[in-house]
Design a protein around this ligand. Structure first.
Ligand code: 5AD
Length: 351
């Protein structure tokens, strides 16, 4: 039996085997077989539903200096902004009116947003919109901070691990950052009862199949409810400005593999995927993705939240063009759901 069939039957493989699986997925039969199984599982747990989340990018200040990221501290060209609590609430108001029932507050690691200020923002949103889920994506914080924000009502937390390989982590981050701390944060978030999202950039500089194999093993151990997987896209004022972008094709193969590894996972067709390929979102759904996250940030700030070059923020990527997005999702054969969309716990029906 080939490695792909072995993986489909028993997704728990070792590092060498995952690397071999990635190699085997390069062939068109391999890729098609993985896609087919990913779609079977996606349908089993989620039917044809695509969940939608409103993304509010509320600050692009960041104290970190990650080599890949356009809002890194060292990028003096970035025009910085932060939203007030009132501005965040008006994004939610607009989003709620459009039908959104999940708000994702994403920002750089901005010390201005102390635990107290974040707590207040989360509390106010949950008070006004108790039927909505609040997802935070604000980086590494202390256990106590995560505890307070959970207590204030935050339901979910996105913190991509970026790479599970110590050696690769060092190529992407300055010395003061640490992979073990990042992993620790993810485990703390889980312990506190958040629905947790981890993930990686595909094709970040120095990434090999061996590194990706470590990512798969880490995801399997962590068992996150969500996984964010998008191609690396260079940003012109970062140390990685001349590095090649990650491959859409490999991203799609990884989406299928992760769907098989974690069948109940909420898996977005990311903005980076849509940026690299005009049909990226649709291809993502066809590979096993089941979430989209249109942008609900104030229009004038969207350009400023520039993680990478040419980041999409208009058309189907904009929350106010929900009708467009719905059309595209439906034309691809899926149904857009405005429900809060927590992770599935069991198959839709016995079979
Ligand atoms: N290309 C693609 N994704 C990026 N991110 C940051 N910089 C880039 C880039 N240049 C991703 C990281 C981060 C998420 C918010 O955006 O994975 O966790």
């Amino acid at each position: 039996m080939g490695i792909i069939e072995r993986f489909i039957e028993h997704p728990e493989l070792g590092k060498k085997e995952y690397a071999e699986l990635l190699q085997a997925s390069e062939s068109s039969e391999g890729r098609e077989r993985l896609k087919k199984e990913a779609l079977r599982l996606r349908r089993l747990y989620y039917g044809d539903t695509v969940y939608v989340r409103g993304l509010i990018e509320f600050t692009n200040y960041c104290k970190n200096d990650c080599f890949y990221c356009g809002i890194r501290h060292g990028n003096r060209e970035a025009e910085r902004y932060r939203l007030t609590k009132e501005e965040i609430l008006s994004c939610c108001e607009a989003g709620y009116g459009l039908g959104f029932r999940t708000f994702v507050l994403q920002g750089g690691e901005d010390p201005w947003f102390t635990d107290g200020r974040m707590e207040e923002a989360v509390r106010s949103i949950k008070e006004r919109y108790p039927d909505c889920a609040v997802t935070l994506s604000i980086g590494e914080r202390s256990f106590e901070s995560y505890r307070r924000l959970r207590e204030a009502g935050a339901d979910r937390y996105l913190l991509r691990h970026e790479t599970a390989s110590e050696e690769h982590y060092r190529k992407l981050h300055p010395a003061e950052m640490s992979l073990s701390h990042r992993k620790q944060c993810l485990y703390s978030l889980k312990e506190l009862g958040y629905q947790v999202g981890a993930g990686i950039m595909v094709g970040s500089p120095g990434q090999t199949y061996e590194e990706l194999a470590e990512d798969l093993i880490f995801l399997r151990e962590l068992q996150p409810q969500m996984a964010g997987i998008g191609p690396f896209v260079p940003h012109h004022s970062t140390p990685f400005k001349d590095e090649p972008a990650g491959s859409v094709d490999l991203t799609l193969r990884l989406l299928s593999i992760i769907r098989i590894l974690l069948p109940k996972v909420l898996l977005p067709a990311t903005t980076a995927l849509g940026t690299m390929d005009p049909l990226g979102r649709e291809k993502g759904f066809a590979a096993g993705a089941n979430v989209v996250m249109p942008n609900l940030s104030p229009a004038e700030n969207r350009k400023q939240y520039e993680l990478y070059d040419n980041k999409l923020c208009t058309g189907a990527e904009a929350a106010e063009s929900l009708a467009d997005l719905k059309k595209r999702v439906e034309a691809a054969g899926w149904k857009l759901s405005m429900e809060r969309g927590d992770a599935a716990e069991e198959p839709l029906q016995e079979n």
